[in-house]
Design a protein around this ligand. Structure first.
Ligand SMILES: [Mg+2]
Length: 378
């Protein structure tokens, strides 16, 4: 089996004016990402996702990957992550090189799974899980004036027992949002908060102390992702676990997050961190410092499928018997047809769980007509 072609497919969806969704940094209207399709001589097709703009990923693939990947045996997949740091020398640490690599790597693992008849999580050799706890990513800041309680009520109605909400607009607002979410979710639900790097350490500490009583499972990106000394300052000052990783890529950056337990939870995105090969290395790194791994997912259904396969493969080291700390996958509850429409059988988080696909590869079937509907380069 060898690769005959790589196609870079940008897809996007625009939210209506006035309906933008946001985090503490502002509102956005565009959901956009890039699918990678890899064809082979056997007729099998592999799919991956680079969580970055297609207009950037296309030339990166052409310049740094196409010659190497076309003709390659997908079973050689792990060598690509190594090659990304040595050839292109000096460029491997770029987010766009790692994002392009992520899409290609996931597509190659999809092909290895199809060639062997095994789902990717089995190939990665971790703990086999048939279902995963899904947490609702919700209570965004909204451009339109909306009741902040409504999205949490919706999540509870759907059966979620874990949710992550946006905060980061000042401590009073943070407390109001967290209190509302906790009241509606109940005492037993897991509640995470996401500041999207909008605070300086002192402000993050003030908020963390104010919301600590609401039993926060983690506080995500309290300070900008680049500010690792800021993470350590926050950590020294609070008793709320910290999480980061959606803006990080490659094992070298994740090592800095893991070292000295700068954070308690790392969140690799399978469309950015370097793919499944690199994510499994990151999970191994995290285990050496007892840091949890919970993938970040704001992707299309392809990136979601990769994250679900990855999450199902990550071991529980060290075991958390009698202190439940389940692997969780993020399930964004905002409008996104790139997540809901491009698979023949979309993931269904009803009841607060998703099934881990057991079919070969990523275990999902792409609806190529739907992909064409959202294609952004025509
Ligand atoms: Mg986040």
């Amino acid at each position: 089996m060898h690769v005959t072609d790589i196609e870079v497919i940008p897809i996007s969806h625009r939210l209506p004016e006035g309906e933008g969704l946001g985090d503490a940094r502002g509102f956005g209207h565009d959901r956009a990402t890039t699918l990678i399709r890899v064809d082979t001589d056997t007729g099998d097709v592999g799919w991956g996702e680079a969580f970055a703009p297609g207009s950037v990923i296309a030339p990166v693939v052409d310049e740094f990957f196409r010659d190497d990947v076309v003709g390659m045996d997908p079973f050689d997949v792990r060598r690509l992550a190594e090659a990304s740091y040595t050839d292109p020398y000096h460029f491997g640490g770029s987010v766009f090189v790692q994002s392009a690599l992520s899409g290609i790597d996931v597509a190659l693992w999809d092909l290895v799974g199809k060639a062997t008849g095994k789902p990717v999580h089995r190939l990665l050799g971790g703990t086999p899980r048939e279902t995963l706890t899904a947490y609702a990513s919700t209570m965004y800041f909204t451009e339109a004036d909306r009741d902040i309680a409504e999205p949490i009520r919706d999540a509870v109605d759907e059966g979620f027992s874990a949710a992550k909400i946006k905060i980061g607009n000042g401590t009073d607002s943070d407390v109001e949002r967290v209190r509302t979410a906790r009241q509606l979710l109940g005492d037993d639900a897991r509640l995470m908060v996401d500041i999207n790097g909008n605070y300086r350490p002192r402000q993050a500490i003030r908020t963390a102390k104010a919301i600590e009583e609401f039993d926060i499972t983690w506080m995500e990106e309290p300070v900008p992702p680049e500010n690792l000394s800021g993470y350590r300052e926050v950590k020294r000052g609070v008793d709320v676990p910290l999480a980061a990783g959606e803006a990080h890529y490659g094992r070298f950056e994740f090592k800095r997050l893991v070292d000295d337990r700068t954070v308690d939870v790392v969140q690799p995105n399978l469309g950015r961190c370097g793919g499944l090969s690199e994510a499994s290395r990151i999970a191994d790194l995290a285990s050496t410092e007892n840091v949890a791994v919970r993938p970040h997912i704001w992707n299309s259904a392809v990136g979601l499928a990769a994250a679900v396969q990855f999450a199902a493969s990550v071991s529980d080291y060290p075991h958390t018997r009698h202190v439940p700390d389940p692997m969780m996958v993020e399930f964004d509850r905002s409008e996104n047809p790139l997540r809901d429409e491009i698979l023949r059988t979309p993931f269904d988080p009803t009841g607060g769980e998703v099934d881990v696909p057991q079919a070969p590869g990523l275990g999902v079937e792409i609806d190529e007509d739907a992909v064409e509907r959202y294609r952004a380069d025509r």
